[in-house]
Every structure is written in C-alpha cells, then in structure tokens.
Design a binder for this molecule. Structure first.
Ligand SMILES: NC(=O)c1ccc[n+]([C@@H]2O[C@H](COP(=O)([O-])OP(=O)(O)OC[C@H]3O[C@@H](n4cnc5c(N)ncnc54)[C@H](O)[C@@H]3O)[C@@H](O)[C@H]2O)c1
Length: 254
C-alpha cells in the first residue's frame, strides 16, 4: 500500500517542516523527490537525508513567487506525477494592523506561489496522463482565528483554488485536494513565536498547544502520512476536497 515507486513527486517548501517530512516520507515509499525551496542549504540538507536513507532526490532552489523561475524548474524536471504545495509563510495581525506590504507578501507566497506551481504543473501532468496535487491549507481558512487576517485570506484562497483545479482537470485524470492542519510544531511556529512574542515563547507555545483539544501540536510526520495517502493511488476516488487534520480543533473546541 501507498507505494510511490517510479513516481516523480515535487514538494515545495521541502527544506523545512511539513514539506521536509513529506519529502522524507515520499522517498521512503520509493518516489523520486524533487525538493524545491528558496533556501538552498535547507534543500540540500533534505536531499542529503533522503540519499543517506537510500532514497532518490534532487534539490531545486526556486522562489515560488517568481512565475518564470517556477516554469523553468518544472520544465527542467519534465515528468511530474505528484505536486505538494507546502511552501508558505505566516503572519500575525488583524486587518487594521496588517500593512499593505505584509498583505502583499503573504499573498505573493501563499496564494500566487500556489498559482504559479499549479500553472506550471498542469500542462506537465496532462502530458503525462494525469497526476495528484495536494495544497497546504489551514484551519485558518474555515475558523475565525484571532490575529490571522492575511494568513486566513491566503488559506481561503488555497481551498478555493483546490476545488477549481479539481473541477477543471477531473477528466485529465488529475486529482487535487487540500488539507487543513491545526498547529504543527515546525520552524514556522517557532519562527512566529520568536518574532511576535519575544520572551514569552514557551508560554505562548503551551497556550497554542492547548488550543488543540488533543492537548498538543501535531508532528510534521503525522501530517505527511495523510498527504501520502491523498497523493497515492489508494486515494484514486478522492478529489476536490479539504481534509482537516487538527487534533479536534474544528469540531471539539466547545
Ligand atoms: N506549522 C503549522 O502550524 C501549520 C499549520 C497549518 C498549515 N501550515 C502550512 O503548512 C505549510 C508548511 O508550513 P511549515 O510549518 O512546514 O513551515 P516551515 O517554515 O517550516 O517551512 C516552509 C518552507 O517554505 C519555504 N519557503 C518560504 N517561502 C518560499 C518561497 N517564496 N519559495 C520557495 N520556498 C519558500 C521556506 O524556505 C521553508 O523551507 C505552509 O503553507 C503553512 O501555511 C502550517
């Protein structure tokens, strides 16, 4: 089950956190993993860990906000059977405390970056006879979280793009789904705690952990297992949907 032998899987943001866990999990299942990240050192580190474990991977340094760069990288790979859009950035703020510059930056990475990768992947997948796409959403798309105005906007757009792509290419044998994690303990979380709550990192970490009824944050590896399922041939009847993976956050927080 969940074999990815001979499949080429491109994972954006694979230098860290959830994307990295997906890259490692996919490689273990036999995929040739295309590790795409802005950060060269981290991308090479992921490739080195995959190769050390006996898997196959190639690093691509690429900024997902750059339309031409994304197209060039995807074309250079040629065949892509699976695309996981995990590259993303966080932002804390209400609408009146979100600067235009910050709003644009979150849009560029979390929305346009996903569009750029979808734009580049679809022709390649159609030419190959199909594929599976997984976009990284968030509970922020469906819950009114405090202080997440721009981030919530971006994840709502990810869910909408997911359904649109799933509909438009269903007869090209391309499946497209998204997942909505609650908090996952990655450098993404550590980074925003350090930036937004300096000196109160541990206190905020504990507070955020308890917002999941299960009492903790997810581990990146737990997220990668759901992504593996949704991108595998075993999920061949699943498209156009979003899957919460949230320790009870959406349904049990009352
Ligand atoms: N960690 C969480 O609690 C959580 C919860 C729900 C959803 N998510 C989503 O999951 C995804 C991954 O989050 P994570 O926690 O693994 O983050 P992370 O910060 O650990 O990793 C994100 C990676 O994306 C890369 N990246 C950022 N901007 C890029 C760009 N312009 N071009 C190419 N690469 C870029 C970074 O270099 C980094 O390696 C994000 O889309 C995030 O919104 C995270």
């Amino acid at each position: 089950m969940f074999e990815l032998t001979d499949k080429v899987a491109l994972v954006t943001g694979a230098g860290s956190g959830i994307g990295k866990a997906v890259a490692l999990t996919f490689a273990k299942q036999g995929a040739q993993v295309q590790v795409l990240d802005l950060n060269q050192e981290q991308a090479l580190q992921t490739v080195s860990e995959i190769e050390h474990a006996g898997g196959k991977a190639t690093a691509h340094v690429c900024d997902v906000t750059n339309h031409q760069q994304v197209i060039q990288v995807f074309e250079s790979i040629g065949t892509i059977n699976i695309l996981v859009n995990s590259a993303g950035i966080s932002h804390i703020g209400r609408v009146d405390t979100t600067s235009e510059q910050d709003f644009d930056r979150v849009y560029q990475v979390n929305v346009k970056g996903v569009y750029n990768c979808l734009f580049a992947a679809i022709p390649v997948m159609r030419a190959n006879g199909g594929g599976a796409i997984l976009n990284m959403g968030s509970i922020a798309a469906v819950i009114g979280l405090p202080d997440r105005f721009a981030y919530s906007m971006s994840k709502g757009a990810v869910q909408a793009m997911t359904m649109s792509v799933a509909k438009d290419y269903i007869h090209d044998n391309i499946r497209c789904n998204s997942i909505s994690p609650a908090r996952v303990h990655t450098p993404f979380v550590d980074g925003f705690l350090a930036k937004n709550y300096p000196g109160q990192e541990q206190e905020m970490f504990d507070k955020l952990s308890k917002t999941q009824p299960i009492g903790r944050m997810a581990k990146p590896d737990e997220i990668s297992k759901l992504i593996l399922y949704l991108c595998s041939d075993e999920a061949s009847f699943i498209t156009g949907n979003d899957y919460p993976i949230d320790g009870g956050f959406i349904k049990l927080n009352n």
